[in-house]
Each structure stands twice: as C-alpha cells, then as structure tokens.
Design a protein around this ligand. Sequence first.
Ligand SMILES: CCCCCCCC/C=C\CCCCCCCC(=O)SCCNC(=O)CCNC(=O)[C@H](O)C(C)(C)COP(=O)(O)OP(=O)(O)OC[C@H]1O[C@@H](n2cnc3c(N)ncnc32)[C@H](O)[C@@H]1OP(=O)(O)O
Length: 221
Amino acid sequence: MTDQVDDDLDSAAVTGSSAVGRRGGFPKLRMQAADTGPDFGPFIEAMRTLQDLAVSVDAPDEVYGAALSHAQAMIDLLDPYRAPEGESPAGRVLDLPGRGSLLMVPWQVEYFGPDLVRSRGSFRRYHVGGNNAVHGGVIPLLFDEMFGFTSFMAKRSVSRTGYLHVNYRKVTPIDTPLVVESRVDRIEGRKTFVVAELRDEDGTLLADAEGLMIKLLPGQP
Ligand SMILES: CCCCCCCC/C=C\CCCCCCCC(=O)SCCNC(=O)CCNC(=O)[C@H](O)C(C)(C)COP(=O)(O)OP(=O)(O)OC[C@H]1O[C@@H](n2cnc3c(N)ncnc32)[C@H](O)[C@@H]1OP(=O)(O)O
C-alpha cells in the first residue's frame, strides 16, 4: 500500500467519509466506511444478545424447536443479501462496537492516533471460557484487532500478524468495563513490533501482549 492510499484510509477512518483504495498486495478491496440506516446497530446488538443466550440458556426442547423456526425465518430473510467482503457493512462501521462485526468483541475505539490506540468495552456471557472468566482464545482476538488498528494508524498497512504473544496476568471478568491500549514499540524494515495492555478501571493489569505485524509485499495475499 502506498503512503497516499494510507492517507486516504486514515481520513476515511477519522471522518467516516468514503475512500477507495488498493490495499498493497491485496486484490482491489473497497475500504469505505459503511453508511447504514438506524436499524443496523440495533440488529447487531440483538444478534450479540442471541449469541449470549445461545451459549447460556437451559430451555425445554420445544423452546429450542421454536427458536430454530425463528432462526430459519431469519436465515431465509437475510440469505438473498449475501455480499462480498468490503460490501457488507459489518466491520466498516467505526462508530459501532466491534466496527459492527459480530466476529469482533463489542468494544469501541475511543482514541486513535499514530502514537496510541485506546479502546473500551466489556466482555459478555458469550465470551466465557470457564468460571465466568473470559476464554483465553478471545483475548488475543481483541489484541489482534488493536494491533491491526495500531499498525494502520502508524501508516504501516497493509500488514499481517506474524506472531502474537499474550501474557494472562489475572482472570479477565465479563460484564466489567475494561480498557486496552496499544502502541508501536519499534519498527525494523517491514516489521512493526507492537505492544498492548488490558486493564480494568482500577488500573489492574489483566493481560498484556506483544505482536509482530509484517508489511505485505506486492502480490502477497
Ligand atoms: C471504515 C473504513 C475502514 C476503516 C479501517 C479502520 C482501521 C482499522 C484497521 C484495522 C483493523 C483490523 C485489524 C485486523 C487485524 C488482523 C490481522 C491479522 O490477523 S492477519 C491474519 C493472521 N496472519 C496471517 O495470516 C499471516 C500469515 N503469514 C504470512 O502471510 C507471511 O508469513 C507474511 C506475509 C506475514 C510474511 O512472509 P514473507 O515471506 O513476506 O516474509 P518473511 O521473510 O517470512 O518475514 C519477514 C521478516 O519477518 C520475520 N518473521 C516472520 N515471521 C516471524 C515470526 N513468526 N516471528 C519472528 N519473526 C518473524 C522474518 O524473520 C523476517 O525478518 P527479517 O526481515 O529477515 O529481519
């Protein structure tokens, strides 16, 4: 990706305005902030609540049967609208938690600059691994998203994660406001070393991470 395209994408991220660019070795992919109507955000939030319920309810089988009928009706409703990556709004709505993507944890970036990216949010029932602690596979998802954002803001896109090392310092709770901060540690050629810390609102360190983001060469997928 050229610096010029990085600039275009930066302003898209900051202003929510449209920008279309090539993503380095990626095939042409539109990176355009999605312009959604008022129902998209509540729809995604309802889907998140359904995810919480799907992993937590203990219901009679006929209730699962009824829920299945509703789920099938939703599938029938949505299926005709499948769209390629970059055209679906999911992942392209910066003012929604997790950029409006169910894959992402429902956190909201509150500050992003070349020096620092900060995001706040809570994990929820869907993210439980055991005994109300967040699953150890979910926390790297948050860190990877932060590292992608951080390298993007440092104009190091398009990069992919080479490695991501997580230290789990304390059990991470659900339904508790938390904050994560990420920054560039150092740059060596194509390699951007990034670091991040996840804390609760008292400042207690729950997990920290170090990652290597590697700038793609032309043609690399
Ligand atoms: C609204 C509009 C839109 C707005 C946008 C909003 C902004 C938001 C922005 C963003 C948010 C999204 C964030 C998402 C982020 C997700 C990121 C991911 O999860 S990426 C998927 C997981 N990662 C992979 O799939 C990589 C798979 N691996 C590869 O493809 C290759 O390994 C690749 C291309 C990364 C490197 O391969 P080579 O062949 O080009 O390079 P070689 O020579 O192997 O490595 C280069 C250097 O790196 C070192 N290196 C490579 N891997 C290493 C490792 N694991 N550990 C240590 N060093 C390593 C090597 O030793 C070498 O170092 P020496 O240059 O010699 O000093």
